[in-house]
Design a protein around this ligand. Structure first.
Ligand SMILES: [Zn+2]
Length: 203
C-alpha cells in the first residue's frame, strides 16, 4: 500500500519522541566506573557520570576546564585500561586560548612557518584544547599506553585524531560508534578553515 507523502511526513514526525527515548546515553558509576546504558530521557543517576550522548565537538560558552563529559569518558577508559594492566594519564587537557597561542607562536619560531608549525601545534582558532575538548595522553614516553586507547577508545567515545600525534584524543563520536579516519596533521584543519572563510566572503 502506498501512503501519500504528507501522511508519511506526519508518521515520521509522530515517531520522533520514541526515537529520542531510544537514543542511548552511557553512564559510568562514580566509584566503580562501570558503564551502564541509559537514554536521553531518563539520563544518568546521581551516583553516575554522564559520558554525553553524541560527539563532543563544540561548546557555546568559553571553557574554563576540561569538558565534564570528556573527563567522564577518560575516567571510564582509564579504569578499563587499568584492569588490563595499562596506565593512562592526561598530560595536557584544557588550555587557555593565550596558552595555545603561545605554544603556536613558539612552534612557528621552531619550524620556520605557520604551515609547518600547524602540523605539530594547532592554532588557537582550530585547537580543541581551549574548548576543553581534547586530551594528550601519556606524552612523551608511553606510546604503548596511548595505543591501548587508540584501539579501545571508541567504546568510550574517544578517538585519536591525527596520524602524526599518537597522544592526542578527542570525543569525536558517541560512545560505541566508529572513529573517523585519521587526519594527516593539524595543518589540514587550517586549510579547511581557510576554505570555509573563502566561501563565506563570497556571499
Ligand atoms: Zn593535543
Amino acid at each position: 500500500m502506498k501512503l501519500p507523502v504528507f501522511i508519511v511526513a506526519i508518521l515520521l514526525l509522530a515517531s520522533s519522541p520514541a526515537e529520542a527515548v531510544d537514543t542511548k546515553l552511557i553512564c559510568a558509576h562514580k566509584e566503580t566506573l562501570e558503564l551502564r546504558t541509559s537514554n536521553v530521557i531518563t539520563r544518568c543517576k546521581d551516583y553516575e557520570l554522564s559520558l554525553g550522548e553524541g560527539p563532543l565537538l563544540y561548546i557555546s560558552l568559553p571553557a574554563t576546564k576540561l569538558n565534564p563529559n570528556l573527563e567522564a569518558r577518560f575516567l571510564a577508559a582509564q579504569a578499563a585500561a587499568r584492569k588490563e594492566g595499562v596506565e593512562l594519564r592526561i598530560v595536557s587537557g584544557y588550555r587557555t586560548v593565550l596558552k595555545q597561542r603561545y605554544l603556536f607562536s613558539e612552534a612557528v619560531k621552531r619550524y620556520g612557518s605557520e604551515l609547518e608549525a600547524a602540523k605539530w601545534v594547532a592554532p588557537a582558532e582550530v585547537s580543541k584544547h581551549p574548548l576543553g575538548l581534547a586530551i594528550d595522553i601519556n606524552y612523551p614516553s608511553d606510546p604503548a599506553g596511548a595505543g591501548w586507547l587508540d584501539l579501545n577508545g571508541f567504546k568510550f567515545g574517544l578517538c585519536r585524531v591525527f596520524e602524526n600525534e599518537w597522544w592526542h584524543f578527542e570525543a569525536t563520536i558517541a560512545p560505541g560508534a566508529k572513529c573517523p579516519r585519521l587526519i594527516k596533521d593539524a595543518s589540514y584543519l587550517i586549510n579547511l578553515n581557510k576554505t570555509k572563510l573563502g566561501k563565506q566572503s563570497k556571499k
